[in-house]
Structures are given as structure tokens and as C-alpha cells.
Design a protein around this ligand. Sequence first.
Ligand SMILES: CC(C)(COP(=O)(O)OP(=O)(O)OC[C@H]1O[C@@H](n2cnc3c(N)ncnc32)[C@H](O)[C@@H]1OP(=O)(O)O)[C@@H](O)C(=O)NCCC(=O)NCCS
Length: 149
Amino acid sequence: MIRKVRPIDSVLDRLVQLESLNFGQEAWNKQMLLDMFSNKWCMPYAYYIEQTIVGYCVLVNCGEFCDIANIVVDKQYTNRGIGSEMMQYMIDKSIKLKVDHILLEVNTLNERAIRLYEKHGFKIIALRKNFYAHTLFQSNDAYSMLKKL
Ligand SMILES: CC(C)(COP(=O)(O)OP(=O)(O)OC[C@H]1O[C@@H](n2cnc3c(N)ncnc32)[C@H](O)[C@@H]1OP(=O)(O)O)[C@@H](O)C(=O)NCCC(=O)NCCS
């Protein structure tokens, strides 16, 4: 089940854990997550299996468009469609917000995520050299990807 998350300690601790397991030095820490929660344009959602958060994602309402700021699935739960469900959820939210398009950035070597985004209709529109300061991938470059609504 996907639902909006609130910044209570147990949730923050789990999100910090998911971040550090998946993004290494690039991971958002607790303060960054709290800043995100206090930004009224950020919409964080978690994917729950029973009481456990197994994934989360962040959609940002930028006015004319939405930005997907993050999407993570616990490694133990990948490849069973959870990422796809969260993508569809954010696309549906964006449609309700009547925005024109959705944007995101992804490491050029993150094939898994690129495949997920392409499956949901996103197209590569730009290469952003050295977009990431730190990354677990062998490249710091990102693609900007866009889905028209
Ligand atoms: C990217 C991520 C969110 C996908 O979540 P998920 O729950 O596994 O997604 P799904 O199960 O819906 O789909 C995964 C797709 O990737 C494919 N895939 C799996 N391993 C792959 C690989 N090594 N290379 C390319 N595609 C791969 C699967 O086959 C599946 O595609 P399909 O549905 O066409 O078969 C998850 O892997 C993750 O959290 N990665 C680490 C964090 C991250 O990189 N986030 C993106 C930041 S921009």
C-alpha cells in the first residue's frame, strides 16, 4: 500500500537507512529529509508491506511541471513491480495536479532505473555532465528524462 509519509522518528530512521544502503555518500541524511518534509511542495510517499516501509519516493510540485526527486526500493524487494507501482502513483498525482510534464534526473549508468522510467514513458532529453558530486556508479553524469502528460 502506498501512502503519504509523516516525519515521525521511526519513519525518518527507516528512510535514512534506505538512503544510505542505496546511495552511499550521495544519500540524504536525517536533516535533509526533515528539510524535504518541511517544504510544502514536496510530496513523500512510502510503500508499505504490512507495517514495514519497503520503498519510498518523492514528487515535487514545481508549478508547470512535477519533478521526481527520488525513488528507492529496498534491495530485498526489487524486481517485483514495487518501483513501477510508485512511478504510476506519482504519474497519477501529477495528472491530478494538471501539470504539463514530469522531469527527473538519473545516473547514465543506472540501467535499472532508466529501464523503469522508459517503461513509464519517460524519454532522455539531455545529458548533464558531472551532475552528481558523489555516486556509487562509475560516472557522475546524469540524463534528464521527461514525460509529457
Ligand atoms: C530503480 C528501482 C527503484 C526499481 O525498483 P523495482 O521495484 O525493482 O522496480 P520494478 O520491479 O517495478 O521494475 C524493475 C525493472 O528493472 C529491470 N531490471 C532489473 N535488473 C536490471 C538490470 N540490471 N538492468 C536493467 N534492467 C533491470 C527489471 O526486469 C524490471 O523491468 P521489467 O518490469 O520490464 O521486467 C530500484 O532498483 C532501486 O531502488 N534502485 C536503487 C535506487 C535508485 O537507483 N533509484 C533511482 C534513482 S534516480
